[in-house]
Design a protein around this ligand. Sequence first.
Ligand code: PLZ
Length: 441
Amino acid sequence: MAELPTTRAVVTDLPGPRSTELLARRNSAVSGGVGKGFPVFIERGHGAILVDIDGNQLLDLGSGIAVTSIGHGVKEVTDAISAQAANLLHTCFMVTPYEGYVAVAEALNELCPVAGPAKTVLLNSGAEAVENAVKIARSVTGRQAIAVFDHAYHGRTNLTMALTAKSMPYKHRFGPFAPEVYRAPMSYPYRDGLSGEEAAKRAISVLESQIGASNLAAVLIEPVQGEGGFIVPAKGFLPAIATWCTQNSVLFIADEIQSGFCRTGNWFALDDEGVKVDLVTTAKGIAGGMPLAAVTGRAEIMDAIHEGGLGGTYGGNPVACAAALAAISVMRRDDLAGRARTIGKAMTSILRTLSEDLPRIGEVRGRGAMVAIELVTGQDKTPDAPAAKAVANLCNQAGVIVLTCGTYGNVIRLLPPLVITDEQLHDGLTVLAGALREVLA
Ligand code: PLZ
């Protein structure tokens, strides 16, 4: 077996010659509609390091969009996958059940920030989880309207495109979109300057005047927004919305697909303010890299759906469940939530110091190991997407994988695996700081 890599090492131009060859094959075989990102073809991974087919060792600060939070090549997970694969790959849980599905549901029922006893349905992707949460909310309340927020991202299926805010690339030319979706203003402290209470008042006034509580099945929100720019609502915003929902018998659906599973320094982002809700959607970090998603909600809500109303051929696949159980036990054993807080402090303190010299860093924000840098052109906070792209490119060229995000495309986001070592993190931040200085000076 090849030696396990622990450091960044760039040995060719990026992409290297073999990746360049494969890129040509990719371009002739794969739909042009699939995003291209950074076209280095990856062969294997260990911890926070990815090794490409040219032998470059890349430092991963993206975790495949918040999926491999426990790191790449985690033996507990790969062993669990191999053992399960040797025994059984599939039955379809609705046809004949197996224990793994039940065990994952039990773990989620215990961990998710749901008000009271919880039950779970397992699915394949984040978008599918959100679709199901909306189905459940509509069925249980007998109401149709769903409220979402500015900058929201909930997926690429027809309903979740409607729920998602940003047109290009997610919605452009893909309409018509699902009806009965309404958008409310998000708390975005850097841009609106409002307290949590003020921002909640503004949002609630839109819900009441433009939808009417009695028409509203659910409010759906990412407790820390992901694709929209790692927007952390002001303290008090989520509790105020949750209280209003309870008072008006409107269900609160928290989309924790990106923010969940230790990423923000707790099991879930809602835990920060102790908010408990009706329904929680999860995916991404849940299974260490295997596709799995879930809706976990108050037992009485989850049981109000007629038998056969929820499901799917592959939802809660046995191998994905085995991976999830192993991943969750690694997160518990190694206190990866605590590690996320430490990583977050290191990232924000270095980046905030840097921002004192670089006024085009409008804001460094985030929670735990979900950290963003919003780039602007000057005092008027005009979003600077080209700068974000240039910084990400420079980092990539140096073998550090960073992602961008944001409604305006002007945000650099950092989602390192939570097992990243202090040395690796320091190395990545040094490269990032150099790129920020080069582009923004
Ligand atoms: N809800 C909060 O972050 C997925 C999307 C990348 P799926 N985010 C990454 C892209 O460009 O497609 C996401 C999310 C939140 C829902 C989803 C959807 O999860 O597993 O991609 O369907």
